[in-house]
Design a protein around this ligand. Structure first.
Ligand code: NAD
Length: 470
């Protein structure tokens, strides 16, 4: 199978000297080939980005216009982009369409931001200004759950701030990011946005490459630590958006039937493959059985299937390794005496479908609770008092986000503020928006993305301090 999709290097279409297959998780079979970027091609991309930097970094209004045009182009995506996202990622077709629209919206929002110099002093004796300068070339690396959206979280702020970029998607979902490069190729000047595809090794080459001054990485904690170590010798700046093990704590004043749908979809959206999905639920003892029953009923009614089939609500797990990991964690929970209220095993014989799984009779100390499952299996854990629930929610290296559910939102806010995480939500989960900083505490990351705070992560401060000579 020849690679039908191309990399974007220096504004040109590059087929690459080698290719590699991409698997459709609904069938488990290769359905397309993409370029497997060589070291020489990576050098070309980095050199093109470096060459484009001086002129691109000059004029923020010109950059803003380019990003607005990018956002507009994504409002009219080529036929097949959403379908291809479903084919490579697994998510239902309507959700793929929503991801594309979100990608456009994120780009349009970021294009509106500004980086004005802050004037600290402006007197006859002198002037002090704080400026935000671009860093240079950004190496951007993304995971496989939201390839387009998470790619744009890096492209738009990196470019608006005046940097140029080399972007590498996950080897599991490279196609739509390559297509994004193809769509934007005639809008963005040559060398400003380069999109390359390849395996984990390519990511490692990027992080040790001498050209980039910043690495913007989204992925697992394990890889994030490798990226930080690789960046250290050259003191490259890093933003790391890593994994989570989000707790949802339900307070005793809540009607379990009233929150069950929200809790369910906060955990199972995108088949649980969201960094900040609910990954464990702490519920008052007296409400435990009712919540289990409610969640179990919802799970049994959900349509799991090929994302291209009408009515599918949850697609397959994206890849074999992740499918095996979720299976292993559920089997381990069973061995520890967990009660499988719904699901608990694969669906069908081909592809990586796993039934939405609600797990009771489980507690901290079991892998499904302690580790990030990143898939459709949710442990429900009873608690006696709220302080204990908060302590257990915080007893982890993760710190991405968390939520508290209560009819008394002041009380909910008070408890949520005790969570050790980057986003603390009350009566909602996954409340992520382009104007809000998003990032993790502890091992869930370094730095934030989105909003003016995310934009500043693609800059460094320069103090311009001038006084009169006499
Ligand atoms: P991963 O860490 O395996 O891979 C992420 C990316 O890193 C891929 O493009 C991969 O090819 C690349 N890579 C692998 N080894 C590398 C290395 N040594 N150097 C540089 N790059 C390397 O993660 P994944 O399995 O693709 O994604 C799932 C993880 O991502 C989960 O832990 C999830 O929570 C996390 N995630 C976090 C956020 C966030 O914003 N915090 C968002 C989405 C996903």
């Amino acid at each position: 199978m020849a690679a039908g999709y191309t990399m974007t290097i220096d504004g040109k279409s590059v087929k690459g000297s080698k290719s590699t297959g991409v698997i459709n998780p609904a069938t488990g079979k290769i359905f397309a080939e993409v370029p497997d970027c060589s070291k020489a091609e990576l050098d070309q991309a980095m050199n093109a980005a470096q060459k484009a930097f001086p002129s691109w970094s000059k004029d923020i209004n010109a950059r803003r216009k380019v990003l607005q045009d990018c956002a507009a182009a994504l409002q009219q995506p080529p036929e097949g982009l959403a379908r291809t996202l479903t084919l490579e990622q697994g998510k239902p077709l309507d959700k793929a369409g929503q991801e594309i629209m979100g990608t456009s919206m994120w780009c349009a929002y970021t294009a509106m931001l500004d980086l004005p110099a802050e004037v600290l002093q402006d007197t006859p004796q002198g002037k002090i200004e704080i400026k935000r300068k671009p860093l240079g070339v950004v190496a951007a690396i993304t995971p496989w759950n939201y390839p387009l959206m998470l790619g744009m979280w890096k492209i738009a702020p990196a470019l608006l701030a005046g940097n140029t970029i080399v972007l590498k998607p996950s080897p599991y979902t490279p196609i739509t990011t390559l297509m994004l490069g193809e769509i934007l190729r005639d809008i963005v000047p040559p060398g400003v946005l380069n999109v390359i595809s390849g395996g984990d090794e390519l990511g490692a080459w990027m992080t040790t490459h001498p050209v980039p001054r910043k690495i913007s990485f989204t992925g697992s904690v394990e890889t994030g630590k490798r990226v930080a170590a690789a960046a250290a010798p050259d003191l490259k700046r890093v933003t790391l958006e890593l994994g989570g093990n989000d707790a949802a704590i339900i307070l005793a004043d809540v009607d379990p039937a009233a929150v069950a749908q929200k809790i369910f979809w906060g955990a199972f959206e995108n088949s649980g493959q969201i960094c900040s999905a609910i990954k464990r639920v702490y519920v008052p003892e007296q409400m435990y059985n009712a919540l289990l029953d409610n969640l179990g009923e919802i799970a049994k009614g959900v349509k799991v299937g090929d994302g291209l089939e009408a009515g599918t609500q949850l697609g397959p797990i994206n890849n074999k390794m992740q499918f095996e990991r979720v299976t292993e964690l559920v089997e381990d929970a069973k061995k520890h005496g967990a009660k499988i209220v719904s699901g608990g095993s694969r669906v069908g014989k081909e592809g990586y479908f796993f039934a939405p799984t609600i797990v009771g009779n489980i507690s901290d100390g079991v892998r499904l609770v302690d580790e990030e499952q990143f898939g459709p299996a949710l442990p429900i854990i009873p608690y006696k008092d709220v302080d204990d629930a908060v302590r257990r929610a915080n007893a982890t290296h993760f710190g991405l986000s968390g939520s508290v559910w209560s009819n008394d939102s002041a009380r909910g806010t008070e408890v949520a503020s005790q969570l050790e995480c980057g986003s603390a939500w009350v009566n909602q989960h996954l409340a992520i928006a382009p104007n809000l900083p998003f990032g993790g505490a502890k091992w869930s990351g370094i730095g934030v993305e989105n909003g003016p705070w995310g934009l500043m992560g693609f800059t460094e401060i320069q103090v311009v301090n001038s006084v009169k000579l006499s």
